[in-house]
Design a protein around this ligand. Structure first.
Ligand code: GSH
Length: 224
């Protein structure tokens, strides 16, 4: 039975899922669905027509966390550690990655410097919690050498953070060394590089101009 993945290449949640499928070598057909006018039949697979979504025969599933777990199960759970407690720790931090992604959207769409700073402060606060984890101590991923579901949840965030930082600093100049090193290592992994559209900088600019005309970051963009 063919596995179909419905994706939009600029979407961070889709980046996460396609990176996992690629890393695990799971054969699939990637079907790109743009940002607007998704067909009616797609609502049968994903009730709010959000991507990513997955179809196996007549069965559809949606939500990147669910799809990530499903793909990982198809590969005997390689992308999570062995014990239930370690897996639960990972899932806790995957939840935080989702929280960070929401904050990043808030930062991108901030109308004023004040809103931008409020989002930035909360994002840095969450990353500071990650800094104290036993992560990123010379290994490429959250759990060690193998890319994990936590890495796949964080990589889209790090991709976007790196672009935003070309416009305005987000991370403090001192501190967060482990998180920075974790980001650098993930962004240099070939599976992560392949998950980012080649025209990402241009798309990112287009996203800011469309979604936040006159917003704090958009202004930085035009003055850059
Ligand atoms: N919680 C969902 C979020 C998915 C989501 O918001 N996807 C966006 C694209 S980034 C979407 O399809 N939005 C609806 C639209 O663009 O019409 C997940 O993790 O899959």
């Amino acid at each position: 039975m063919e596995l179909e993945l419905f994706l939009f290449d600029f979407c961070p949640y889709c980046q996460r899922v396609s990176m996992i499928a690629d890393h695990l070598g799971i054969a699939h057909q990637a079907i790109q669905l743009g940002g607007s006018d998704r067909p009616t039949w797609f609502g049968e697979i994903s009730p709010h027509k959000t991507v990513p979504a997955l179809r196996m025969g007549t069965v559809g599933i949606f939500d990147s966390s669910v799809i990530a777990e499903y793909l990982n199960e198809l590969a005997q759970g390689r992308m999570l550690p062995e014990t239930p407690l370690e897996r639960a720790v990972c899932r806790s931090w995957i939840g935080q990655a989702g929280h960070c992604q929401g904050l990043l959207t808030q930062i991108c769409l901030a109308a004023s410097q004040e809103d931008f700073e409020a989002g930035r402060k909360e994002l840095v606060g969450t990353l500071e919690k990650m800094e104290n984890l036993p992560l990123a101590q010379g290994q490429s991923g959250f759990n060690g050498a193998e890319l994990s579901l936590v890495d796949a949840a964080m990589a889209p965030l790090f991709t976007r953070l790196a672009h935003i930082e070309t416009l305005h600093p987000i991370l403090p100049s001192i501190g967060l060394e482990r998180v920075r090193a974790w980001s650098d290592r993930l962004l240099s992994e070939s599976v992560v590089i392949r998950s980012v559209p080649q025209n990402f900088p241009m798309r990112f600019q287009g996203f800011l101009k469309n979604k936040a005309p006159g917003g704090f970051l958009t202004t930085r963009l035009t003055s850059a």
